[in-house]
Every structure is written in structure tokens, then in C-alpha cells.
Design a protein around this ligand. Structure first.
Ligand code: PMP
Length: 294
């Protein structure tokens, strides 16, 4: 995702990245028994600001609770300001992670010990910065998103094998991103973003029980006064505009959608993209509630 950073926070201490190592027999490495977050720090007129830190830490805590793991989200959150200074960064991608690291390879999580860490990385977009301008080519995945009945949609590390394999399939087919649809034809989400459509000027935030409750989705739906409801693939293919939201992707127009062909970057998407940039950079009053100055 980015160049390595000099200092990280691990189990309560700031350490050089080279000292922040994990055992080969870490449970989380073998079984995906971890939880992580992706958070952005943006430059504002009042200095670097973390966008929706509390919401991200709440979601991390929900994942940790599911795994029966204790995490100190207050300490993890507080480490962000320290790490920005230590690494001389004013904008960043923040990656908190907590995973089972010791206590054996058995499947009973009870006796295991966890490691908690926070890395701040110089920002580079995972869809590529161009994607938010020129748009993303999206393939309708032949694969299914892990259902909420199997694993609640939280940022559990193991769940991401599903996303990565679906994305690999989409990239091999000549697209940049995969769209999950369920057995009944309802849109779920993309591998790392939620989905929106615009029809006749109305904005719809796609809702689905198997989709991650995205923080960008909530931000954009609030800003746009969007309807939040289930959407079939058929309805999506008939939309005037389609865009994706995520911490990394921000508001990214879909400009090629399998089954539909090319789509222009529409005026509603363009306006929401611009407004989202104003919000995350602290240029509007509505941003106040969502920014933590670091
Ligand atoms: N869905 C998935 C599967 C994701 O990994 C992400 C990125 N966190 C999103 C949606 C978007 O969520 P957010 O806006 O909170 O980054």
C-alpha cells in the first residue's frame, strides 16, 4: 500500500518498524483471527485531522469483541498523533490491527494472547489516485460475499481472503474492482467499498446485511440525504450514475460496469466528490463533528 514507515505503536510502545515483529506461529497468521481498521488523516487549516476516528475505533472494538479479544482502542487512537509526529507526516493512512499472536494453534480462542499495533503510512490510494477522477471498471463477481450468518460484516482479517480472491478474479478478467451480488440478485458491496446509485437526481446508498457498515457510506449518505435501502443488480444497471465509497477510494465514480458498459462521471457524483473533499479537509461546518485534530 505504501512505503514503510519508521516508527509504529505496538502493545503500548512506540518502536522502530524493524523491531515490530510477529511470531511465525501467530494464530492470526494461520487462521485470520484478527481485526483491523483503515483510517485517513487529512491536512486541514488547523493541522492534521483524523477523519471519524471514533467510528473506526468502535468498529474495531466490535470486531475484537466478536473474537473475544480485549483491545485498548483509546490508547490505539491516541497513538495516531504520536506516530504522525514521530514519522513527520501531516496526511496519512492509519492501519490499526489486533490479532492473536501467542498461546498455540488450537481453535479455542479463550487461552490466546493478542498483539495490538498501529501503523501510520504515507498516503497512496489502493484504487490509484486516478480512479477517483477517471473512474473504476467494475466486474460483477461470480463469487459470493461471506454472508453475515457465517461471519458478521466487520473488519476481521480472515474475511479479506474472500475480498482478495474476488478482486483477483476481476482483475484477471480485465476490470479493477469486483462487485458482490447475493443469490437473490441484490447488490452487496465491492471488495473494499460500498455502493451508491443515482437515478433521476435521487441518491441511494445500497444497504445489505452482508456488507460492511462503511463509515464513508454513512458520511456520504448523511451529506446527500440519501435513501438507504436494498438494491437489485437490475436497478443498479439501470442507474444514471454509480459510485463507490470507502476510506481509501473516498467517492469513486464507476465508469465501466459489467452488463452495462461505459458510464459517464455524472454531475451528482462530481458534486458529492467535491463536497466530501471539503468535509475531510475541514472546509465545511458539517465536518467539525467528524474530525479529531492530531
Ligand atoms: N466494504 C469493505 C469490505 C471494506 O473493506 C471497506 C473499507 N473499510 C468498505 C466497504 C468501506 O468502508 P469505510 O467507508 O468504512 O472505509
Amino acid at each position: 500500500m505504501s512505503a514503510p514507515t519508521a516508527s509504529v505503536w505496538m502493545d503500548g510502545e512506540v518502536r522502530p518498524m524493524s523491531d515490530a515483529v510477529s511470531p511465525l506461529l501467530a494464530h492470526g497468521l494461520h487462521y485470520g483471527t484478527g481485526v483491523f481498521e483503515g483510517i485517513r488523516v487529512y491536512e486541514t487549516d488547523r493541522g492534521p485531522a483524523v477523519f471519524r476516528l471514533d467510528a473506526h475505533m468502535d468498529r474495531l472494538a466490535r470486531g475484537a469483541e466478536l473474537l473475544g479479544m480485549t483491545v485498548d482502542t483509546a490508547a490505539m487512537g491516541a497513538s495516531v498523533a504520536t506516530l504522525l509526529r514521530a514519522n513527520r507526516l501531516t496526511s496519512a493512512y492509519v492501519r490499526p490491527v489486533a490479532f492473536y499472536s501467542g498461546g498455540g494453534l488450537g481453535l479455542d480462542l479463550g487461552p490466546l494472547q493478542a498483539t495490538q499495533a498501529v501503523c501510520v503510512l504515507p498516503w497512496t490510494s489502493h484504487l490509484g489516485d486516478a480512479a477517483s477522477e477517471t473512474g473504476v471498471a467494475v466486474r460483477v463477481s461470480p463469487m459470493r460475499r461471506i454472508s453475515a450468518a457465517a461471519l458478521p460484516p466487520l473488519k476481521l482479517t480472515g474475511t479479506y481472503a474472500n475480498a482478495c480472491v474476488a478482486k483477483l478474479e476481476a482483475v484477471r478478467a480485465g476490470y479493477e474492482e469486483a462487485l458482490f451480488v447475493d443469490d437473490e440478485g441484490f447488490v452487496v458491496e465491492a471488495t473494499g467499498e460500498n455502493v451508491f446509485l443515482v437515478k433521476d437526481g435521487r441518491v441511494v446508498a445500497v444497504e445489505h446485511q452482508d456488507a460492511l457498515p462503511g463509515i464513508t457510506r454513512d458520511t456520504v449518505a448523511t451529506m446527500a440525504g440519501a435513501e438507504r435501502r436494498r438494491v437489485t443488480l437490475e436497478e443498479l444497471l439501470d442507474a444514471d450514475e454509480v459510485f463507490l465509497t470507502g476510506t481509501s477510494a473516498e467517492v469513486a465514480p464507476v465508469t465501466r460496469l459489467e452488463g452495462r458498459g461505459r458510464l459517464a462521471v455524472g454531475p451528482v457524483t462530481r458534486a458529492l466528490r467535491a463536497r466530501y473533499q471539503d468535509v475531510v479537509h475541514g472546509r465545511t461546518a458539517e465536518a467539525e463533528q467528524w474530525l479529531t485534530w492530531a
